[in-house]
Structure formats: C-alpha cells, structure tokens
Write a protein that binds this ligand. Sequence first.
Ligand code: ZN
Length: 225
Amino acid sequence: MKRIILPLRWLLPCLLLLMGSASAAAQCFTSSPIPDGVFERMQGRSFAEGCTVKRDELRYLRVLHYDDKGKVQTGELVCNVCIAQDLLEIFEELYKAQYPIEKMRLIDEYGAKSKSSGADDDASMADNNTSCFNFRNVAGTKSLSKHAFGRAIDINPRYNPYVHMLQGKQVVDPANGAPYAKKRTKKNSPMIITTDDLCYRLFIQHGFTWGGAWKTMKDYQHFQK
Ligand SMILES: [Zn+2]
C-alpha cells in the first residue's frame, strides 16, 4: 500500500482540531479537483476504460472519521462535484458524533477484475470500505450504477449489505455481511444503518435516497442523489 504523505498546511489544522479547536474543523474536511497522483491511481480502476464522466466533474475529498475502534482516521473519497459539499457537511457531522466508519480508502486500492469493469467492488465491500465513485454497472446488469457518476456512496458495506434475488435465490453482497442482513438493529453492530440513526437522517436531510427503503431489493449501504 502506498504511504500517504499529508501536507503540513493540512496536518496542522487537523492537529488543532484533535486538541479541541472547532474553528479548525473546516480545514480538515476538504474538497479539491482530482490531483494528478490520485488520477493516476484511478486509471483502469474506478476511472475504467470508456469512462464517460470527465475528470473535472469529479472531486477528491479528505475527511476525518472515527473508525470501528474509536480512533480518528483520515478518509479519502472521490465523488461528483454536485454532491461534494453535501458529503463534507455530512461527514463533519458524523465525525462530531463519533459515528463509526471502519475504512474510507479509495476503491482503487482494491484493484480491478478488468480495465473496463471498474475497481473491485466485491473486495471493497468485503473489507467494509466506504466508497463513492466507481465507473461500473449495477451488479449483474448492463446499466450504469449511480456510482459511475460519483452520485452514490456505500457506507460500512459489510454491516449494511446489498440483499437481492438472483435466479430465484436470495444473495447477500458481500457474503461476509450475511449475519447483518436480517438482524438490522444497533445491538448487532453500531455500524448498522437504521432509519433511527444519524447517518440515515443526515443523508435524507441532504436530499439523498436510501437503498434500504427499496421494495424489491435492499441495498442498506447505499445512498444516492
Ligand atoms: Zn451503492
């Protein structure tokens, strides 16, 4: 895995924030055009062959979040410019509430099955990685996912699996999320998204829809706008 070197101008306000300076918060939740190094990492992965979204329609976000062990981590996301501000505001609120998000790494770190299929969503979900942009189809179909436009985000996917029917059988993606497909209460895991929790409320307030409310299938990790 590549080491991430944090620029000093970014690190200092974040240290101040950790010491309790709320005014530094805004500088720890940043959105920028896709930097060259990040764009390179995305090639043949989330920015798959034939990608119809332009680089300047996307934004690179850095946010702070608490992980599943209560430690503060720096998360990275790539999203559509039209939801960048929403995500910054939502993740700042989740951070203030110490809402647990296990991992938030670029999905490109999980590689790709082929250069035209997007980065490996199955591996990212199984690793409980929160991610947004990935130029790929909806699993098992030929239509582009909202993730392909960077307008959908999957939160703690292992604990909030995608439950759907395939050839008459119920499938849970990722497979290691099966224990969380039915027992959908915070008692089973604090990362389970319910209609009572802050994560759900914030996304709905910002105009997103939730895959957990779909009728024919349930995509509990998924919010889109
Ligand atoms: Zn999704």
